[in-house]
Write a protein that binds this ligand. Structure first.
Ligand SMILES: *Cc1c(COP(=O)(O)O)cnc(C)c1O
Length: 236
């Protein structure tokens, strides 16, 4: 066990937050007659101070999410050197020309949302020999400003990426519209995953992860609930 710091120190809050979020996940799982171990907490560390990430690592947490390739490239290699069992998820939009970097850097790519990107990832995987798991991002709210494949086109993208390109597609991801009841979106994602035989469901953020667990999430992506407010992008 690592040494406990006094609770009055601000540095004590990350382990406490992690514990509280994990307890809430476990409670929501239990209420839904699910195994708490079936849900992975992806701690979203975008725009967070590196000291906070260090505290999460010290507390034993290993699974993290970043939404930008450039930022992750600057932050994570140093942590990986000292902690080889880190699992890093890409949860933000991915440009085709960053596919190679993403394949090198991430263990899971959650934002596969179009065939052109699927082709770039397949090519990058063949060249690097690395095969990060892929999740197809679905734009369940059909919001024009958001990335993600439309629900009506999800089945064919899944088939093209998994069956034609041979990508390791293991699940689906969604980000529900901010001002809507998220449960309808979670249920839709679950339905698309079931009919395509996909096991992983990445859904639920700081405000709604307990609901997502009830609707079958296998991965919840929690940022501010673990690390507190994010830094201003301009200063990061
Ligand atoms: C930032 C982000 C999160 C985490 O959001 P919080 O509200 O801070 O928990 C989850 N998913 C995606 C795709 C994100 O970009």
């Amino acid at each position: 066990m690592t040494e406990r710091k006094p609770q009055t120190e601000p540095s004590a809050t990350i382990p406490e937050n992690l514990r509280a979020v994990k307890e809430e996940i476990a409670a929501a799982a239990k209420a839904a007659a699910r195994e708490p171990g079936a849900i992975t907490l992806v701690a979203v560390s975008k725009l967070q101070d590196e000291e906070k990430i260090r505290q999460a690592l010290e507390a034993g947490h290993r699974v993290f999410g970043e939404n930008r390739v450039q930022e992750a490239k600057a932050k994570w290699p140093q942590f990986r050197d000292s902690t080889p069992d880190i699992v890093l998820h890409l949860i933000g939009p991915l440009q085709t020309n960053k596919a190679r970097d993403a394949v090198e850097l991430f263990d899971v790519i959650e934002s596969l949302d179009r065939l052109k990107l699927g082709r770039a990832l397949a090519d990058a995987m063949e060249k690097s020999g690395r095969r990060p798991d892929c999740l197809i991002q679905v734009n369940t709210g059909e919001e024009p400003q958001k990335t993600g494949v439309l629900p009506a086109e999800a089945d064919s993208l899944i088939a093209a990426c998994r069956d034609d390109l041979g990508l390791p597609v293991v699940g689906l991801m969604c980000i529900p519209p901010q001002d809507e009841e998220p449960s309808l979106h979670f249920a839709l994602l679950d339905e698309i995953a079931r009919r395509n035989g996909l096991a992983d469901l990445s859904m639920g953020m700081s405000g709604d992860y307990a609901i997502a667990v009830r609707f079958g999430a296998t991965h919840v992506r929690v940022g501010t609930g673990v690390f507190g407010p994010r830094l201003d992008p301009g200063t990061a």
